[in-house]
Design a protein around this ligand. Structure first.
Ligand code: LP5
Ligand code: MN
Length: 248
């Protein structure tokens, strides 16, 4: 079984070229594979009840995958953590928890969005815990659309401003957190997005190799990870914007 992993597409009406690339990517997926979307599919998400042409088009495109026997899975990101079962149903997509283990021959892969790994950024982690409180989400989701848009835009503005002056190490993963999570889950491969710093790095813990593969955001091109069905090899691919017509 071939598996494909993507994250941080950040779909928005303001970036139609990225939406086109995303649809083209879906078209090129081989029949019968599995697709894992590891969060931040949308630039922000303020409720499954929001009427939008973009949301409908994306749902239709993802739903169409099932006709080609492609199964799709979604892990929420820090920008679309409100994307829920209702929208997933329209996409025929399975909503996964924040962390998921996938078996791979004699190994295990741990997949997640990646923001939970940035544990040096205490301010962000506190902010995250607040936003994940169910009672707060319930109140937010009961607000009229215009208020929700206003709050989301404010949060995005704040985030962009804060990120521009945040120390680099705060914006990246904490290595100890990575190692602890892999050890606890008996996994030797970690796949995530969020940091927008594509890389494949292998370190050794107790003489055993662990590999962390990080997806790029789609602002600069197409990035995906492919796990081969034949040898179980897991590899990161990146196509800069000018080369994105054919990505397989
Ligand atoms: O997203 P990105 O990559 O730019 O930055 C993230 C962190 N930022 C965020 C915020 C999101 O971008 C905005 C999400 C909008 C979602 C829709 C609204 C749903 C509302 C639901 C309410 C229940 O996640 C950023 C990290 C960065 O990743 C790297 O890890 O640094 O973190 C921040 O910028 C957060 C700050 O560190 C802490 C901010 C406290 C600000 C409080 C402002 C309150 C303003 C209220 C306005 C109504
Ligand atoms: Mn993110």
């Amino acid at each position: 079984m071939q598996r494909y992993f993507i994250a941080d597409i950040h779909l928005t009406d303001n970036e139609p070229a990225i939406t086109t690339q995303f649809f083209s990517f879906l078209d090129q997926l081989p029949d019968g594979c599995e697709l894992y979307i590891l969060g931040d599919l949308f630039d922000y998400w303020i409720g499954d009840d929001i009427p939008s042409q973009l949301h409908s088009q994306v749902a239709d495109a993802l739903f169409a995958l099932s006709k080609r026997h492609i199964k799709s899975y979604f892990i929420q990101g820090n920008r679309d953590f409100l994307l829920g079962e209702e929208y997933c149903k329209l996409c025929n997509m399975t909503l996964l928890p924040d962390m998921q283990i996938l078996p791979l021959t004699d190994k295990k892969i741990l997949i997640m969005h990646g923001d939970l790994l940035c544990t040096d950024d205490k301010q962000y982690q506190k902010f995250r815990r607040r936003l994940r409180a169910k009672w707060l989400q319930k109140i937010f989701l009961s607000l009229p659309l215009c208020f929700r848009v206003r709050i989301a835009k404010k949060l995005r503005e704040k985030s962009i401003l804060q990120n521009s002056s945040k120390r680099t190490y705060l914006m990246d993963v904490n290595q100890q957190t990575v190692q602890d999570l892999l050890t606890q889950n008996h996994a030797s491969i970690l796949i995530h997005g969020h940091t927008h710093k594509p890389t494949t790095e292998t370190v050794f813990i107790d003489d055993k190799p662990i590999t962390r593969i990080v997806l790029s955001a789609w602002h600069d091109g197409i990035s995906y990870i492919k796990q081969d069905d034949t040898d179980g090899n897991v590899k990161l691919y990146y196509f800069p914007i000018k080369d994105t017509k054919k990505v397989f």
